[in-house]
Ligand binder design. Structure first.
Ligand code: HEC
Length: 265
């Protein structure tokens, strides 16, 4: 009989067999009971909470360190084809050509690199190279800006190799400043070295060719003079240092002083 096993418990008069009299004992047993767990509200392991908290903290600091300020150009090709950093000294202001090329590198990555490749070498038989290309390195921007504005189609020779493909127009997707920047960039990337192209030059060529809707053919471009001609800024050639010096020396000293003080530090 199971009741017999409880015989050891204190029983007294008025108590049923097996009934305990010790209230503290009795309550202790009740207090030890935990509430029935409810599904979905089970208590969490404290270490798990600490671990996940730590993980969230680590993720936060990781993002803070490596997000690059969430700038759109953070992972741009500029880092693969870095434009030389501004040379120290010389007043510290970034050389305007470098600044333009820096902006142009971003345009290049988005609009030109899919075909002409990050190293500017293009792809054999498909996309001609820009690195070392005579079209890119031409003395003036007349032809290259036309190519970017309207595109190029049909047979063309670049660095001795023949191509016969199509390049689309960028008239509508790039403004004058962006074209000036990207052309300046490709004229000075991958070992290329040629003069910068200004927004005004691009604007003038865009205006001059406004009525042309289709892409250029290489033969058509060869008739366009490489430099000079038409462009509004073509006459506004930069002064040589000697000419500048001469012009400055002619100024009254007071004016020269105001001028120098007005220059960016
Ligand atoms: C869809 C691919 C494609 C894109 C994008 C593209 N090009 Fe081209 N590009 C070509 C092809 C193809 C040719 C040669 C066309 C031909 O065979 O007539 C060419 C030719 C050229 C040339 C003259 C030849 C040479 O290699 O020097 C220049 C300069 C040029 N592209 C610059 C650019 C610039 C700058 C951009 C970006 C704004 C750009 N291209 C975007 C495909 C492309």
């Amino acid at each position: 009989m199971s009741a017999d096993t409880d015989r050891s418990r204190a029983t007294g008069p008025g108590l049923d067999l097996g009934e305990a009299t010790d209230v503290v004992d009795l309550h202790a047993a009740v207090l030890r009971e935990k509430a029935e767990p409810v599904e979905g509200r089970e208590p969490l392991n404290l270490w798990l909470v600490v671990f996940i908290g730590g993980l969230v903290f680590w993720a936060g600091s990781y993002l803070t360190h490596y997000s690059g300020g969430f700038r759109a150009d953070e992972f741009s090709e500029t880092q693969i084809n870095p434009v030389p950093p501004p040379v120290a000294g010389g007043g510290g202001a970034e050389d305007p050509v470098t600044k333009q090329a820096r902006a142009g590198a971003i345009v290049f990555t988005t609009y030109c690199q899919p075909c002409h490749q990050a190293d500017g070498n293009g792809l054999p038989n498909q996309f001609p190279p820009l690195a070392g290309s005579e079209w890119v390195l031409a003395e003036g921007p007349n032809r290259i800006v036309r190519i970017v504005l309207n595109g190029l189609s049909g047979p063309v020779k670049v660095k001795g190799a023949d191509y016969n493909n199509q390049m689309n127009a960028f008239k509508d997707s790039l403004d004058d400043g962006q074209i000036a920047d990207v052309v300046t960039y490709i004229r000075n990337a991958w070992g290329n070295k040629a003069s910068a192209v200004t927004t005004a030059e691009v604007a003038a060529i865009r205006k001059e060719t406004a009525s042309k809707v289709d892409a250029y053919a290489a033969a058509e471009l060869e008739k366009v003079p490489v430099s000079g001609g038409g462009g509004a800024s073509a006459g506004a050639a930069a002064l040589t240092p000697a000419q500048l010096r001469e012009a400055l020396l002619k100024l009254p000293p007071a004016e020269l002083k105001t001028l120098v003080e007005g220059l960016p530090k």
